[in-house]
Design a protein around this ligand. Structure first.
Ligand code: NAP
Length: 324
């Protein structure tokens, strides 16, 4: 069996062994006030103010889930800090360590290779034992985060995607050994502020990283290609792009709201001897299904190799330091 796909047939919602649940965790949605997400008087920190860090902050600010004044961010790059602070209107600093003891929740949004440095920095900056760490690092397991952190802080692993910036993110979450169901709910509440969020067993995270984490990039490529196709048949580019993007949005909404199988929805618009079947057959001739499946398969393998072990992460960190 390929090591990238270790548990193909395992349930999506395997409960924690020590806390059996009688229904899937995705069905549990506790009512939660904002105070339950971030304790009164404490803050939410975001370490790594790059693409995802800023996306999540923007989404959180739009969702009004947590007041501006209680969010801060840290990044090692001072120009990133200056730009992000100006755009977001909150503190984004290279010397964010003094804020760590005030945090009730910290989102770790650096690249996997930077995890050892960041987690050691947090540990050595007065991290409270109760502070919930939410890691969005691709390929880095909760076991690895806990090992690198070396404390018993609750850890939740999340895999979001960039549409969080427009409130349409897709995130999955799972919890580490010291995190409770309540911690998972807190994380879920955060990500539901920026889209959909489901608790899913950690064994599926590499596949999910490949499917929905990387998914927006596939969709952008497909939309770009379809817009080019529109230009080829004589449409102005901007019109073609609008037609393609709105069509993608509408089709996605139909799948999500009707609950019908995409093949059945497709049949509805496929008139006998019509133009849709003509186009569909060309897509099939181009092996569109197997190309997409192979793309996701390859991305899943890559995700599995991103953070195979703490030693591997240290190796990646060393490679990054020596400029490889
Ligand atoms: N991009 C996506 O669509 C996506 C989706 C899901 C999950 N993720 C995950 O999200 C994480 C971040 O991805 P990204 O695309 O946002 O990366 P990114 O744009 O490179 O952002 C990471 C930021 O962290 C900073 N950083 C590095 N070391 C640091 C340290 N010791 N202390 C504080 N900040 C530090 C980086 O600064 P420098 O640039 O100076 O190194 C950079 O500004 C990754 O682990 C990725 O797997 C990404």
């Amino acid at each position: 069996m390929d090591s990238a796909f270790p548990h193909r047939s395992r349930s999506l919602h395997d409960p924690h062994p020590e806390e059996p649940v009688t229904r899937p965790e995705s069905a549990i949605l506790l009512p939660m006030s904002d105070e339950m997400v971030i304790a009164d008087g404490l803050s939410l920190g975001v370490v790594g103010a790059g693409v995802m860090g800023q996306t999540l902050i923007r989404g959180l600010l739009k969702s009004d889930l947590i007041p501006h004044s209680r969010i801060w961010a840290g990044d090692k790059n001072s120009s990133t800090c200056d730009t992000a602070a100006a755009e977001l209107g909150l503190p984004v600093e290279t010397d964010y360590q003094h804020r760590v003891p005030t945090a009730d929740l910290i989102l770790v949004c650096v690249k996997p290779a930077d995890a050892p440095v960041v987690l050691a920095t947090l540990r050595n900056s007065g991290l409270r034992r109760e502070t919930l760490l939410i890691s969005i690092l691709a390929g880095v397991s909760t076991d690895m985060i806990e090992a690198l952190l070396g404390t018993e802080n609750p850890v939740v692993r999340a895999m979001p995607n960039t549409p969080a910036i427009v409130g349409e993110g897709m995130t999955v979450v799972c919890r580490g050994r010291y995190a409770s169901k309540h911690d998972l709910e807190r994380a879920r509440h955060i990500f539901e502020g920026v889209g959909k969020c489901l608790p899913i067993d950690e064994v599926h995270f590499n596949a999910i990283t490949a499917l929905s984490g990387s998914g927006p990039a596939y969709q952008f490529l497909i939309m770009e290609a379809l817009a080019d196709a529109g230009v080829r048949v004589g449409l102005p580019r901007q019109l073609a792009l609008t037609l393609v993007a709105q069509t993608a949005l509408g089709a996605a909404r139909m799948v999500l709201t009707t609950g019908r199988h995409p093949a059945s929805l497709r049949d509805d618009v496929t008139t006998p001897a019509g133009c849709t079947i003509a186009g569909l057959l060309m897509l099939e001739d181009g092996r569109v299904r197997s190309v997409l499946a192979r793309a996701v398969e390859e991305a899943t393998k890559t995700a599995a190799h991103l953070g195979a072990s703490p030693a591997k992460i240290s190796e990646m960190a060393a490679g990054k330091r020596s400029g490889h």
